[in-house]
Design a binder for this molecule. Structure first.
Ligand code: PGA
Length: 253
């Protein structure tokens, strides 16, 4: 049985007081002993503050990005070692906004995935197709290359510490959600691709869905056999809606 993971990707949102209010709302509303894993992913600048606020909470902390190595002349970048030091356990790798807006290619994403593991962080590898790729029936090809580039570079056993997030680019921040059946089909494909390398790993690895997941559609998505949680953007910025998705995940057990 895979333990569901609900992760809030705050992207470039929040001020110091807003972050305070949001974390307090989440920690006060979250169960002391949840049956699921709950994770928040604030901006770099808010990590230390959120870490302090989460000190007596089961809610975990992660970052949205990292750069390679531990230290170095890389102006504007942050390493996995630094993230670990401020309490991060997870890090997003290859989010579609990183791939498309910041031109992170397959090789860089694979290198970042490995760097996360080397720093002792659990990578959440984000993969997904654009609208155009879906219309051209390229979904499986795209998913396969995003997954295989990481497996080839880091090795299949590296996925043992990882989580996969399937995020169709056309559903991110658009209000369009993949139907539970559409998402399930791709999740099953991802699990099948991993099974070609390692059957046990395919069975245990968590595959999250992301893309306009919200309180209203979470239950039907999470009811699918291969959907093991969610990576939530917009709806994670409000404690009540984020907690409602966490409750839906608990109810799906
Ligand atoms: P969204 O974002 O929930 O706002 O669509 C999801 C994500 O980008 O991780």
């Amino acid at each position: 049985m895979r333990k569901p993971l609900i992760a809030g990707n705050w992207k470039m949102h929040g001020s110091l007081p807003q972050v305070d209010t949001l974390v307090q709302g989440i920690t006060q509303g979250a169960k002391a002993d949840p049956k699921i894993d709950i994770l928040v992913l604030p901006t770099f600048i808010h990590l230390a503050q959120v870490h302090a606020l989460l000190s007596h909470s089961p809610v975990m902390l992660g970052a949205q990005n990292l750069y390679l190595g531990q230290q170095g002349a890389f102006t504007g970048e942050v390493s996995g070692t630094m993230l670990k030091e401020v309490g991060c356990q997870f890090v997003l790798i290859g989010h579609s906004e990183r791939r498309h807006l910041f031109h992170e290619d397959l090789a860089l994403v694979a290198a970042k995935f490995k760097a996360a593991l080397e720093a002792g962080l659990k990578p959440i590898l984000c993969i997904g197709e654009t609208q155009q790729e879906r219309e051209q029936n390229q979904t499986e090809t795209v998913i396969r290359s995003q997954l295989e580039s990481v497996i080839q570079f880091a090795g299949i056993s590296a996925l043992q510490q990882a989580v996969i997030a399937y995020e169709p680019v056309w559903a991110i921040g658009t209000g369009l959600t993949a139907t539970p059946e559409q998402a399930q089909t791709v999740h099953a494909t991802i699990r099948g691709l991993i099974a070609q390398n390692n059957v046990d790993l395919a069975d245990t690895i968590r595959i999250l869905y992301g893309g306009s997941m919200k309180a209203e559609n979470a239950a039907s998505l999470l009811a699918m056999p291969d959907i093991d949680g969610g990576l939530i953007g917009g709806a994670s910025l409000n404690a009540a809606s984020f907690l409602a998705i966490c409750s839906a995940a608990e109810a799906s057990l």
